[in-house]
Design a protein around this ligand. Structure first.
Ligand code: GLN
Length: 490
């Protein structure tokens, strides 16, 4: 299916609309719809108009423009954007404007991308509901009584309601794929090391990865190709042979071996189960070979993830002390009290919980029992995936075992919220790429997502498999949400 980016690109090139007109059209649409969704933490109109004017000047001068030139997008609020507030949706960074751009955003900027604003998120990307933001919760465009998922809930809701064409998010344990699933969008989490983390404000550095939210597989591939470039500023970025995913979309998938992770299906709601099994049938009908597979260590991933993520977070977030940047408390008698008050007033409850958990598992006496054991298990989980990829080309399972939660349902019991990350966290633990693809709706009209998981650096193949599914199923995959969804009516 042709996505919005290529269609808008030809409208721009054929002068049916100018980039400035397109940008303004999106801002007017945002004015109409954002109040109900609260998808943005801030707007960057000056930056957007300047970028659009440059694209218009290039078109007027007869220059060839890149596919992403003039295309409006949103950037998650934990991805650094020079001169534009990057707060991680936290009070502690409410006034922080970075002095440099994140590498991924810089690539989009170079390609003429137009950033409309910063996307709402769970504070410091910790959460699955987008409710812990200092700027208030984002709502699901399919049902505003429900969450859009998290932590990249703003990015997903914005793309879903067409308040931007695509968005960047970040995925540490599912934060691109889970909101994509809840909002009926494509969510691509690249391999650890495929996209530079330079300028992505760290939550858990060994798990974090910047990803893409888009309304079609083609759009996701275009954006991925643009941001997945080698960057020596991130020591974990891998210099591998980067073939454009866009050129692989049409490849035949006959004979592709897809492993359905059967041991994950116990306890699944019947509507999710039915939607996933239907998707499996679609794959069979287009020539994929389906095999059942079980990944032994899958369920151990959840405790491993929450130990490692909290441990890393407690260390990464130690830098917010009110000294160098961000919020600083008033009325203190000495430096220690200033730091304590700043952190106490600046961080929300979920962030504090994770810092405390992280300090606990790293403290002497508990380090061996928790952190070290979790690291050992991380290796074991990776081994079971390596084994699986000897047998199959990719794995298929639900993205989440449910559709979007009601607002407030998960904040009552954090452990219940953590449990919902079961299908997404193993991917981060092993540094693998995965994509969430809409594959049906429940009886309330809420989207269901399936997840395809690949071996390292096989994004092209995952996008190819998702594209072939979309080619067959696009009429059943995408529905207009209740709020917004057709700014440009393409
Ligand atoms: N829900 C997970 C968490 O709260 C994942 C978050 C993420 O991927 N940023 O840690």
């Amino acid at each position: 299916m042709e996505g919005k980016i290529k269609r808008l690109h030809s409208m721009l090139v054929n002068k049916e609309i100018s980039a400035v007109e397109l940008t303004n059209k999106y801002y007017r649409y945002i004015d109409e719809h954002n109040e109900k969704i609260n998808g943005y933490t801030s707007f960057t109109k000056e930056i957007a108009i300047a970028a659009a004017q440059k694209v218009d000047a290039d078109i007027a001068a007869g220059k060839e423009i890149p596919l992403l030139a003039g295309i409006p997008m949103a950037i998650k609020d934990n991805i650094s954007t020079k001169g534009a507030v990057t707060s991680c949706a936290s009070k502690i960074l409410y006034n922080y404007s970075p002095v440099y751009d994140a590498f991924a955003y810089e690539q989009l900027k170079k390609a003429g991308g137009v950033m409309l604003g910063k996307a709402n998120m769970d504070e410091f990307a910790m959460g699955s509901t987008c409710e812990t933001s200092y700027y208030g919760a984002t709502k699901n465009p399919y049902d505003t009584q429900r969450v859009p998922g998290g932590s990249s809930g703003g990015s997903a809701a914005i793309v879903c309601s067409d308040m931007a064409v695509y968005a960047l998010g970040s995925d540490t344990g599912g934060s691109v794929r889970q909101p994509a699933s809840f909002c009926g969008q494509i969510g691509l989490k690249p391999t650890y090391g495929a996209v530079s983390r330079w300028g992505l404000i760290a939550y858990a550095s060994s798990l974090d990865q910047i990803g893409v939210l888009a309304g079609s597989v083609e759009d996701a591939a275009i954006v991925f190709d643009e941001i997945a470039k080698y960057d020596d500023k991130d020591a974990t970025c891998v210099d591998y042979d980067r073939k454009p995913a866009l050129e692989m979309l049409e490849n035949d998938i006959k004979g592709m071996k897809i492993g359905v992770i059967k041991n994950l299906f116990d306890g699944l709601g019947s509507e999710i189960n039915d939607a996933i099994m239907k998707a499996v049938e679609v794959y069979k009908s287009i020539g994929a070979e389906i095999v059942e597979i079980s990944i032994d260590q899958f369920d151990l991933s959840l405790p491993v993830y929450y130990i490692l993520a909290c441990a890393e977070a407690s260390s990464n977030l130690a830098r917010y002390d009110g000294v160098r940047y961000g919020y600083r408390a008033e009325n203190y008698i000495d430096r220690e009290e200033m730091i304590c008050k700043t952190r106490n007033e600046g961080f929300g409850i979920e962030v504090k919980r994770r810092i405390m958990l992280g300090n606990y598992v790293l403290s002497s006496g508990y380090y061996d029992a928790y952190y070290k054991k979790a690291q050992i298990m991380r290796g074991e989980i990776s081994k079971s995936f390596t084994q699986a990829f000897k047998e199959v080309d990719m794995l298929l399972c639900p993205t989440v075992a449910s559709t979007a939660f009601k607002l407030g349902d998960m904040t009552k019991d954090p452990v219940e919220m953590y449990l919902t990350d079961m299908c997404t966290v193993p991917v981060n633990i092993c540094g693998l790429p995965a994509i969430s693809v809409p594959c049906g709706y429940d009886q309330n009209g809420l989207p269901v997502g399936m997840q395809l998981i690949g071996d390292k650096f096989t994004e092209g193949r995952l996008l190819n498999a998702a594209y072939k599914y979309e080619e067959k199923e696009h009429e059943n995959m995408y529905r207009k949400p209740l709020v917004g969804g057709e700014c440009i009516g393409l």
